[in-house]
Each structure stands twice: as C-alpha cells, then as structure tokens.
Ligand binder design. Structure first.
Ligand SMILES: [Ca+2]
Ligand SMILES: [Ca+2]
Length: 192
C-alpha cells in the first residue's frame, strides 16, 4: 500500500517467469494485479493457505495436506509464498503436461527436500491425503486402501523398492506413469 512499485511486476521477475513457466507477459501481469488485490502484503502465509484449502474441502480436514503443499511451493523456505513462487506453483499444478505435474507431486512427497522419497515420507503424505477424504467416503474405500498405512504400502509397491530404500524423481515419475492406481493414490480429487 502506498508503495510506488506495488502495481507492477518487476522486469526481472517477469523475464524469469516467462522463461520458467512459458506464461505470456500479459498473463503474468494480469495475475500479478489479482495477486496484489487478494494479497496486498505480497506474501501468502501458511494460515492463508490453510484457509483456502479449508474452503475447497469443507467436509474433511485439509490442514495437514495444505501444510505439505505450502512447503512444496515455498522453494526458498522462508515460510511465505511470494508472487514468483505462487506463479510457478500455478504453472506446475495447472499444467496440461503430466511430467510437470508429477515433478510437483515428487516435491510434495519429498518432505525433507533431499531429492529422494522414503517410505516414511510416502506414509506421511498418504496420512495427509487420507484426511482429505470425507469420513463417509473413507467407509466406501476398497479394503486394501481404507487406511493411510495400506495406501502407503500399495503406492510404495509400485516403485519396486525395499522399505529401507529410497525413490529418486525419475523412478517416482516412471512408477506413477506406468500404474493408474499409483496415479490415483498420489492425490485425492473429490468427485462431484
Ligand atoms: Ca518463500
Ligand atoms: Ca526426502
């Protein structure tokens, strides 16, 4: 507010985003204006984010999942999302390109950001995804998917690794692309 720079995206960010996302300058500028309106501080906090997810999942507990998604978007680990992180997030999650979506999914599962996914990390994200599923829908799940632990075991099985081994990004993407059930288990999309 009152900041002369607040209405415009800086040239540096614009050029950077054009390269990293392939969005047009006009698109980025428009999103920037919206972003400024919704978020005058220029930063999205974790609690903003939890609130947004809460609205998308009114019948379940989206808080843990929102925290993981937030962490995957907060690439500089400063505890907020700035415009650049927000646009990159939008780009990865809304892209028609499956490879890009799966790159993002990998970063969601790589809780400690060390470039590998462990079974414990798969369990952690499966817990968060499970909480997104409303109670009455949980009751309808097949018997090998009706707990977070079973879902984690099933998903882990598609990567062909021992419980003590770890999965690299390429292995993760391959495992998910080759198995429809793995693709389904790494996310939860409420059916209308
Ligand atoms: Ca950040
Ligand atoms: Ca990791």
């Amino acid at each position: 507010m009152g900041n002369a720079k607040s209405g415009v995206v800086s040239r540096e960010i614009l050029d950077d985003l054009k390269v990293s996302t392939k969005f047009s300058e006009a698109e980025i500028t428009e999103w920037y204006e919206n972003f400024q309106k919704q978020c005058p501080s220029g930063r999205i906090t974790l609690s903003d984010f939890e609130e947004i997810y809460g609205r998308f999942f009114p019948d379940s507990d989206a808080k843990t999942y929102a925290q993981h998604v937030f962490r995957s978007f907060d690439t500089n680990d400063d505890g907020t999302l700035d415009f650049k992180e927000y646009i990159v997030a939008l780009h990865m999650t809304s892209s028609g390109k499956m490879a890009l979506k799966l790159e993002w999914a990998f970063s969601l599962f790589d809780v400690d950001k060390n470039g590998y996914i462990t079974k414990a990390e798969v369990c952690e994200i499966c817990q968060a995804i499970f909480k997104l599923i409303p109670k009455e829908k949980q009751a309808e799940l097949p018997s090998d998917e009706n707990t977070p632990e079973k879902r984690a075991d099933k998903l882990w099985g598609y990567f062909g690794k021992k419980d003590t081994e770890r999965v690299a990004e390429g292995e993760f993407i391959k495992g998910v692309l080759e198995n429809e059930d793995a693709m389904r288990l790494i996310q939860y999309e409420p059916k209308k």
